[in-house]
Design a binder for this molecule. Structure first.
Ligand code: MSP
Length: 508
């Protein structure tokens, strides 16, 4: 099976922030999960570099646009590298192969008669780079920017969208989880109740020259969304590339609700017109709000992901993101909540479990995994819980049920902590006759940790790797895939364990 996951390509008009990091971390966790499932996986991200917004931002700092986009695109790349994001492809809309592809598709649609020349007068929001209909405005203002749009009239090229409206409605109805979660599917079907207007896909160069020139009219550049959406094909070397043959259409797009309409309406219709199969799923998440409301430069509450990771640790931030936001709903970010999660879930529950279990193995078993003896019901229960946890996790995680999947793992952490209390190895250690029982209990604790190390790999790669190291797992065991890595008994008795630093220091 092939798995292709994409993030939106982010605008380079501003530095990466927490919102971008969320989507990218979710994509990374999914990519790692599917690699562990043995699926051939491709993970793509990138930057969206044309259009008014970017031009404007470059002008403000007084840099030539190309220098400016190089700089900010580089900043995104560095941020993702710094956060250990395992992307395979980074697409920039200014790269030559993308320009060729956009022009090629535009030319094809024009020749087919899907694109025509016409005049249009309408209300235009420069912030959104799009025309608005009267009924879409709020109190006469752009709902996003809260500024009144400007009436402009100009000759432009239009893409016939209406032709494919019925097809799109039918498609969405036939594949009910194509747009997920369901609330966003319903929102899209809501838009589609009104007839679709043709999409203005050009901008005259006299107003905006920073874009891809239309192959059939030099006086115009392509509308930035038409350009941007095609990045998902550029990254696969469409049309000849082996990657395209291999990974299309098993595509999972990951976006937030802000860009639902272009992805759920323009994009499938563009593909349909170009004779390309629709992508597999559109996965839509909600918005991170700050305690004070929206994150914005003017409020001074923009959170830089790299700073967050430096202060709290990469795995800690990843865990928080995935644990805290129900996929599809909004969530509130605060450092307070992050600290609470780190102390409660990571330092206390998981960190202490690892430290205690290994500590006892060193104290009572010379730092070697012991040979388990006869099993009591409570030992069998640990093994059964480990396997149930794994089965639930493998089902919930790819369904984007991240908080549930993680809560399930933490149930098992709790189970292991209770098992330690119930079996009281420190009491067994005092009794020479209880040595085989002690060995069994210690083995079950360590094997429980091995399960945790395996399951946490997609979510907290560095910590999971450290756990594997402490457990003395060799390279071949560490590279075991799911579900082989999740068979009880994988830890060989006699394995030499390793002492290490606490995984998650407590924050004071
Ligand atoms: N360039 C377009 C996307 C083109 S894709 C063909 C764009 N860029 S953006 O820089 O504005 O990024 C928007 C995306 O960033 C959202 O869809 C989401 O993935 C992420 N987020 C930005 N702010 C966010 C939050 N506050 N919360 C969650 N995700 C957010 O739109």
């Amino acid at each position: 099976m092939a798995f292709y996951i994409t993030t939106p390509i982010y605008y380079v008009n501003a530095e990466p922030h927490l919102g971008h990091a969320y989507t990218t971390i979710v994509a990374d966790a999914l990519a790692r999960f599917h690699r562990l499932m043995g699926e051939e996986t491709r993970f793509q991200t990138g930057t969206d570099e044309h259009g008014d917004k970017v031009m404007e931002a470059a002008r403000k700092v007084g840099l030539p646009v190309k220098d400016f986009v190089d700089r900010i695109s580089g900043r995104f790349r560095q941020t993702w590298d710094g956060l250990q994001i395992s992307y395979d492809v980074f697409v920039r809309t200014t790269q030559a192969s993308h320009l060729r592809l956009v022009q090629d598709i535009l030319g094809r649609l024009y020749d087919q008669g899907d694109i025509y020349f016409g005049e249009y007068g309408g209300l235009y929001c420069f912030g959104c780079e799009r025309f608005y209909l009267e009924r879409e405005l709020e109190d006469g203002k752009c709902p996003d920017h809260q500024t009144p749009p400007t009436f402009i009239k100009e000759e432009n090229y239009f893409f016939r969208m209406g032709r494919h409206q019925e097809w799109l409605i039918g498609f969405i109805e036939d594949f009910p989880d194509w747009i997920r979660p369901e609330r966003y599917k319903n929102e899209v079907l809501g838009f589609l109740r009104e007839p679709l207007e043709d999409l203005c896909i050009s901008r005259p160069k006299q107003r905006l020259e920073w874009g891809i020139t239309l192959p059939f009219d030099e006086r115009y550049v392509a509308y930035v969304w038409f350009d941007a959406l095609l990045n998902y094909l550029t990254g696969l070397d469409y049309p000849e590339g082996a990657a395209f043959q291999h990974f299309w259409p098993s595509v999972q797009h990951l976006i937030a609700k802000d860009i639902l309409k272009p992805h759920a309406i323009y994009w499938p219709i563009m593909l349909k017109a170009a004779g390309i199969d629709p992508f597999r799923h559109l996965n839509v998440h909600g918005y991170w709000q700050m305690a004070e409301g929206k994150m914005s430069k003017s409020l001074g509450n923009v959170v830089e992901p790299r700073m967050l990771a430096e202060i709290y640790g990469i795995d800690q931030v990843r865990y928080f993101f995935l644990r805290e936001m129900v996929f599809g709903l909004d969530a509130t970010f605060s450092e307070e909540a992050l600290r609470t999660r780190i102390n409660a879930d990571l330092a206390n529950d998981l960190g202490n479990l690892v430290a205690r279990s290994l500590g006892m193995a060193f104290k009572y078993s010379q730092g070697v995994a012991p040979v388990p003896g006869d099993l009591e019901p409570e030992d069998k229960e640990v093994a059964a819980q480990a396997q149930d946890t794994a089965a639930d996790f493998l089902r919930l995680f790819p369904e984007l049920e991240f908080p549930k999947a993680l809560a399930r793992i933490w149930e098992f952490v709790g189970h292991l902590n209770r098992y330690i209390v119930a079996t009281a190895p420190w009491e067994l250690a005092k009794d020479p006759n209880a040595q085989p029982r002690l060995a069994t209990v210690l083995y079950h604790q360590l094997e429980g940790l091995r399960f945790l190390a395996a399951l946490l790999r997609p979510v907290m790669p560095t910590s999971a790797e450290k756990m594997a190291e402490y457990l003395g797992l060799d390279a071949s065991q560490r590279s075991l895939l799911f579900p082989e890595a999740l068979v009880w008994g994988g830890l060989a008795p006699g394995t030499t364990l390793k002492k290490g630093k606490p995984l998650f220091p407590r924050l004071e």
